[in-house]
Design a protein around this ligand. Structure first.
Ligand code: CA
Ligand code: CA
Ligand code: CA
Length: 375
């Protein structure tokens, strides 16, 4: 007897040879076909049912990735806290956060939480950290932030790269700087390491770059930076490099300047708490457009346990010292000025007449500057 191929034919033919398995397969297929028809109808209905927008119900909107990191700059032993809570999905939820800590496209970590803390490297450098967020429908958003990691540097209490106005207000280490008065006398241009802070000309020194006086709160300390002469030193005036004192006051606790004159000996000088110390560096030793590493060091109890209380180093070489430093009075409302001095309002003055770069302050009387070629 010929075997029938479908249920309807079978019934009409009065066929009796259909097995139980054949019946189950047939019913299952029939149910699937009905379900497909129902789903198709549903899609058609949805697609024609939403203000004429035929794609509304088939669209999943992509999530947006965003994160912060604290600190944005840190030493190799620092723990960095990443926070992706500002990421969002406009039509759903974010279910996974993937982190790539070195920008190589491989995600080291996958977490459901939007926070993650890690000491992700022990190598100094600037890292591109990538966040990829996945929403409940599987779509993703991605973003990248830079994180700078520097070698552990004991005693470093301030480090500003002086790259830009943004860099001034975002020190790598320690307190941030800012402009007091106008910034129009300053520019960020060629320094030792990329840009430095250039102050050239003769202007009212109520316009200044300042840091809080708290960066000068130790009895022993070191201020170091690179200096490049790019302007003109006026005879009888010279150049003011750094200063620490009361805003608006012409008397300072600490300052470093280069004197020039019409005749005679004119030097790089360092003054501390009223003690003015000359060096062996004459103004004519400073050549235009050449970078010099300068360091001003003090310890009221004696540098390195010796008798020197103040020292100046140029390019790592000791160029002046004295053992007669006065004790300094620390006053809370003082400020640390870079590239100029404090002065009474309206008192025009010669600024640094050059570029100051890579400012660092240590909380001890540093005497080895062999690390100066590392930014
Ligand atoms: Ca979505
Ligand atoms: Ca990676
Ligand atoms: Ca710089």
């Amino acid at each position: 007897m010929k075997r029938c191929l479908c249920l309807a034919t079978l019934i009409l033919a009065g066929c009796s040879a259909l097995s139980a398995a054949d019946i189950i397969r047939s019913r299952t297929r029939s149910m699937v076909e009905r379900n497909i028809a129902a789903i198709t109808n549903s899609i058609v209905k949805q697609n024609t049912n939403t203000n004429g927008n035929s794609t509304t119900n088939q669209t999943n909107m992509w999530p947006t990735a965003a994160f912060t990191v604290s600190p944005t700059n840190g030493a190799t032993n620092a723990v960095f806290a990443f926070n992706a809570s500002s990421s969002f999905d406009p039509d759903g939820t974010i279910v996974s956060n993937y982190w790539d800590f070195n920008g190589d496209g491989l995600f080291e970590v996958k977490v459901a939480s939007n926070t993650y803390a890690t000491n992700f490297t022990n190598a100094a450098g600037t890292y591109a950290v990538v966040l990829k967020v996945i929403d409940s429908a599987g779509a993703y958003g991605i973003t990248t932030n830079q994180v700078m990691v520097y070698a552990v540097n004991p005693g470093l209490i301030l480090w500003n790269k002086l790259e830009s106005a943004a860099s001034l207000s975002n020190s790598v280490v320690g307190a941030n700087g800012w402009f007091t008065g106008s910034s129009s006398n300053y520019s960020f241009t060629g320094g030792k390491y990329n840009n430095g802070l250039q102050a050239v000309g003769f202007f009212d020194c109520s316009n200044k770059v300042v840091f809080p006086g708290s960066v000068m709160s130790n009895r022993k300390q070191c201020i170091e930076f690179w200096y490049k002469k790019t302007g003109t030193w006026q005879a009888g005036a010279g150049a003011n490099l750094i200063c620490y004192g009361i805003p608006g006051s012409p008397s300072y606790n600490i300052d470093a300047h280069i004197l020039t004159g019409y005749s005679g000996v004119h030097l790089l000088e360092f003054s501390y708490a009223g003690t003015v110390m000359g060096t062996s560096v004459h103004d004519t030793d400073i050549v235009s457009n050449q970078n010099y590493h300068m360091a001003f060091v003090w310890d009221e109890d004696g540098i390195g346990g010796g008798s020197d209380k103040m020292r100046v180093y140029i390019d790592g070489v000791l160029v002046g010292s004295t053992n007669t430093a006065n004790a300094r009075t620390i006053v809370t409302n003082q400020q640390f000025v870079v590239g100029d001095i404090h002065a009474v309002s309206g008192w025009p003055e010669w600024c640094a007449q050059g570029v100051i770069d890579n400012l660092k302050i240590f909380n001890y009387a540093k005497t080895d500057f062999s690390d100066r070629f590392t930014e």
